[in-house]
Ligand binder design. Structure first.
Ligand code: ELE
Length: 209
């Protein structure tokens, strides 16, 4: 049986990894992604406004599947769930983080960069992982080498992937989607250039035929 996180990989070829500095930007940004056809977004818990941004999107844009990224502590698991996150993403995993994420009942995409980390997560029933940092951990050559020995795992590689390389990643048999920040460039968010974000989202939806 595959884990509940597997569905996440099918929503969009690209999961936008979003850094929100001003919670007021979150809803128009989510709406722009949706207009462009991207129905999932990961708001990283890296800024003071991240939880407020999450809560705003969860409330005002119900069609958007919004999750929390950069979840690194059990406390953040609880805070993200309370804010309305529908899934959790972490850059790596510890036993306590995995315990908290599993207890939350939310789909969880834990980060792994090595075969041993992947195996440890599989032992906990987690078969849908974030390959992170994707390019720096060995890139496509590494991840495709993992498909033979670990055929039950599916990945969302994230870290260093761009519009130009996403299609090559998506061609790997064990890749369901990729994560990346390029759909929501910081300068576009600052300028409230929602049309540009909509356009980037639209292009991303075409990456998987
Ligand atoms: O904060 C996290 O947990 C992350 O996932 C870091 C991500 O790798 C980047 O936010 C993705 O950014 P790019 O490499 O620019 O696409």
């Amino acid at each position: 049986m595959t884990s509940i996180a597997r569905d996440l990989l099918a929503v969009s070829p690209v999961v936008p990894v979003v850094v929100v500095d001003d919670a007021a930007d979150a809803v128009p940004l989510a709406e722009a992604l949706l207009r462009g056809g991207v129905g999932i977004m990961e708001i990283t818990l890296r800024t003071p406004d991240a939880l407020a941004a999450l809560a705003a999107v969860a409330k005002a844009v119900p069609a958007m599947r919004v999750g929390a990224g950069t979840v690194v502590t059990p406390e953040q698991v609880d805070a993200a769930r309370e804010a309305g996150a529908t899934f959790l993403v972490s850059p790596g995993a510890t036993a306590t983080l995995v315990d908290a994420a599993l207890a939350s009942g939310l789909p969880f995409l834990p980060g792994a960069g090595t075969v041993s980390e992947m195996l440890a997560l599989l032992e906990r029933g987690l078969d849908t992982l974030k390959f992170f940092p994707a390019e720096a951990s060995g890139g496509r050559a590494y991840l495709s080498s993992v498909a033979g020995p670990l055929p039950g795992l599916a990945f969302c590689p994230t870290g260093g992937i761009s519009a130009g390389t996403a299609a090559d990643w998506l061609a790997l048999p064990n890749v369901g989607c990729v994560g990346g920040s390029w759909l929501t460039p910081a300068d576009a968010v600052r300028a409230h250039d929602w049309e540009r974000i909509e356009r980037l989202a639209q292009e991303a939806t075409k990456l998987r035929g």
